[in-house]
Design a protein around this ligand. Structure first.
Ligand SMILES: Nc1ncnc2c1ncn2[C@@H]1O[C@H](COP(=O)(O)OP(=O)(O)OP(=O)(O)O)[C@@H](O)[C@H]1O
Ligand SMILES: [Mg+2]
Length: 307
């Protein structure tokens, strides 16, 4: 059985920058796969190589068994990519853009019904005849999604699809993507909203500095977090000023007098945190520990927050 996407020892340089350092990864058919990593990790570079938009220095990539370099046209037909950048032609209406894209894949006239259902599924029917440049950022992104799906590709790759999309539209977008997955499409998603990856993805890869740092089922990654780290939520009498650097690295979020810490079970403990806060003159009103979430695991593996 061919995998949906097979990536073998891919290297990519931009000048002296080594953006991908021997990336290998296999995504199975029908998976809902998450590709996570901090800014600059190499996610879009990898996606653009899979889509045949960026040339790799060495290595091999295939989509549904078709090599992305030697069988570019066949591999390209199997894949729909929603790019991170909002690139579009400002002179056409939404429907025209989709018709042109369908024509490009040799699916001109027969795709009218499918284009209508894409417009409906993505809540774009009202905007079908609007010019692209008159649409909001979130609307443009949905047109890019429709554009990626116009040729009914087996594999759909979404590079930050919800950036700039409001909460309500985001949830309708996810309903749409979930339906695609239920119909048998393989979905690959990058996002900085880890709660989205946590609720949608079955397996997750975390990359950092062009290397794979974790590849596992979501459950195993979360279980790993439970073993490694411990989230501690503290409410102080007053917000803390001048937090020292060694404490700052352990903070996940600050909301006024509420601070969330991620402690490493190997090197930190709650009592030393309490002592440290007291030394800073803070009065602790409440302290509770929580199960690790994907954000905690991400921070542990990459040393950075996801957003
Ligand atoms: N066309 C390019 N020319 C030069 N450097 C590039 C180019 N594209 C990406 N890079 C660099 O390669 C590295 C990886 O970038 P990439 O866009 O793949 O990261 P990313 O994981 O998608 O990040 P983000 O989460 O910010 O989208 C970064 O250091 C980036 O600056
Ligand atoms: Mg990117």
């Amino acid at each position: 059985m061919d995998a949906a996407i097979h990536i073998d020892n891919v290297h990519k340089h931009y000048g002296s920058l080594h953006a991908l350092k021997g990336m290998s990864l296999t995504i199975e058919k029908g998976e809902f796969f998450g590709l996570l990593g901090p800014n600059g990790a190499g996610k879009s570079t990898l996606i653009n190589i899979i889509a045949g938009l960026t040339r790799m220095d060495s290595g091999q990539v295939s989509v549904m068994g078709q090599d992305v370099v030697s069988n570019y046209r066949q591999s390209r037909r199997r894949i729909g990519v929603v790019p991170q950048e909002l690139v579009y032609d400002p002179f056409f209406s939404v429907r025209e853009i989709l018709q042109i894209q369908a024509g490009y894949f040799g699916k001109g006239k027969q795709s009218t019904g499918w284009i209508d259902s894409l417009l409906e599924g993505l809540k774009l029917t009202d905007k079908a005849d609007a010019n692209m440049r008159t649409l909001s950022g979130g609307m443009k992104r949905r047109v890019l999604i429709a554009q990626a799906l116009v040729h009914k590709p087996d594999v759909v790759i979404l590079d930050e699809p919800t950036a700039g999309v409001d909460v309500e539209l985001r949830s309708s977008l996810w309903e749409f993507v979930k339906a695609l997955h239920n119909d048998g499409h393989t979905i690959v998603l990058t996002t900085h909203y880890l709660e989205e990856a946590e609720s949608l993805c079955q397996r997750i890869a975390i990359i950092n500095h062009g290397k794979l740092v974790a590849l596992d089922s979501k459950e195993s990654l979360l279980a790993r977090g439970v073993g490694m780290t411990c989230a501690v939520s503290v409410t102080l009498a007053e917000p803390l000023n001048n937090i020292p650097d060694d404490l700052l690295t352990k903070i996940k979020s600050v909301d006024g007098e509420k601070i969330e810490f991620i402690l490493n079970r190997g090197t930190d403990n709650i009592m030393s945190l309490v002592d440290c806060l007291r030394d800073l003159g803070a009065e602790i009103l409440d302290l509770r520990t929580e199960d690790a979430d994907l954000e905690d695991v991400f921070m542990e593996l990459t040393g950075q927050r996801s957003t």
